[in-house]
Design a protein around this ligand. Structure first.
Ligand SMILES: [Zn+2]
Length: 171
């Protein structure tokens, strides 16, 4: 298997960082990270920069780094564009999902292991649980799951359109 792309996301794109982690991609994000530091980490760790800042984007390209200037506001469009440019998956592989908060790969745990860690109702309704070994947060496919699936469905549709438009361009 080829190596998976890794990312560093500009300070304004916290929500996107969480999405990339849920999709299973190693993504650096801090609320406060100056441009020089983003460029340094991208260079040292071979990460693709994702930014909305034209200045940072240009500086990255001048240094020979990979950078994506992200223009769309809509999350499905953003993910589709990133998939088009880098080949990321637009579906969730739960064995690769990373903690959206701290970027650590999640571990699947048995139901009884989370008994005291989740609300009783959640425990009764769900059988599959994951835990972050670093920050301890427990995850399950809660009500937000439908929203996630919906956005990914839209993203896949937009991605197909991007590919078709490109094909047409070269025909
Ligand atoms: Zn975590």
């Amino acid at each position: 298997m080829s190596e998976e792309p890794r990312f560093i996301v500009d300070t304004m794109l916290g929500r996107l960082a969480r999405w990339l982690r849920i999709l299973g991609y190693d993504t650096v994000y801090h609320r406060r990270l100056e441009d020089w530091k983003i460029l340094k980490i991208a260079s040292e760790e071979n990460r693709i920069i994702i930014t909305r800042d034209t200045g940072l984007h240009r500086r990255a390209l001048n240094k020979g780094l990979k950078s994506i200037l992200l223009e769309p506001d809509d999350m499905a469009e953003r993910l589709a564009l990133i998939a088009y440019l880098t080949g990321i998956r637009l579906y969730i592989d739960l064995d690769r999902t990373r903690c959206p908060i701290c970027n650590t790969p999640l571990l699947r745990v048995s139901k009884k292991d989370v008994k005291d860690k989740v609300p009783r109702k959640v425990y009764e309704l769900h059988d599959d649980f994951w835990i972050c070994p670093r920050c301890g947060k427990v995850y399950w496919m809660g009500s937000h799951w439908r929203m996630i699936e919906k956005i990914l469905e839209d993203a896949r549709r937009i991605y197909e359109k991007l590919r078709n438009d490109r094909r047409r361009l070269f025909e």
